[in-house]
Design a protein around this ligand. Structure first.
Ligand SMILES: [Zn+2]
Length: 121
């Protein structure tokens, strides 16, 4: 079976280990895959900022218990976080920058906290 170029799908002539017809096709292919990685990173960064501002809006006083549904209406996507932090009482918080949350006893709610300096230790 004839091999086709990964970029333009034309049949490749010459060596069987070639993946592209020429340098232009290889460059164009590499450029596209870099762009798509960059776009993915950009859209994750955007979601993290949306998550952070949703948590901040829902927690103006440093600590709050709110419905997950409410955070979702503010654009929160629970899949994305920047880091985790475990409290002295072994509660794991999921952070988006300086705001974090942990599941509440009520499965429909989460407890939100704002980052404090002592958490850096
Ligand atoms: Zn090509």
């Amino acid at each position: 079976m004839a091999k086709t170029c990964l970029f333009c799908n034309e049949t490749i002539k010459g060596r069987s280990d070639k993946k592209f017809c020429d340098k232009q096709c290889r460059n164009a292919y590499n450029y596209n895959s870099t762009q798509s990685t960059e776009n993915q990173i950009r859209s994750i960064n955007k979601q993290l900022r949306i998550n952070r501002s949703a948590l901040k809006k829902a927690c103006p006083e440093g600590k709050a218990t709110v419905r997950k549904k409410f955070l979702k209406t503010l654009g929160m996507n629970f899949k994305y976080l920047t880091h985790t932090w475990k409290s002295n009482s072994n509660i794991l918080y999921y952070f988006c920058y300086d705001y974090g949350y942990t599941p509440s006893v009520d499965p429909e709610k989460v407890v939100i906290i704002q980052h404090q300096n002592f958490m850096n230790k």
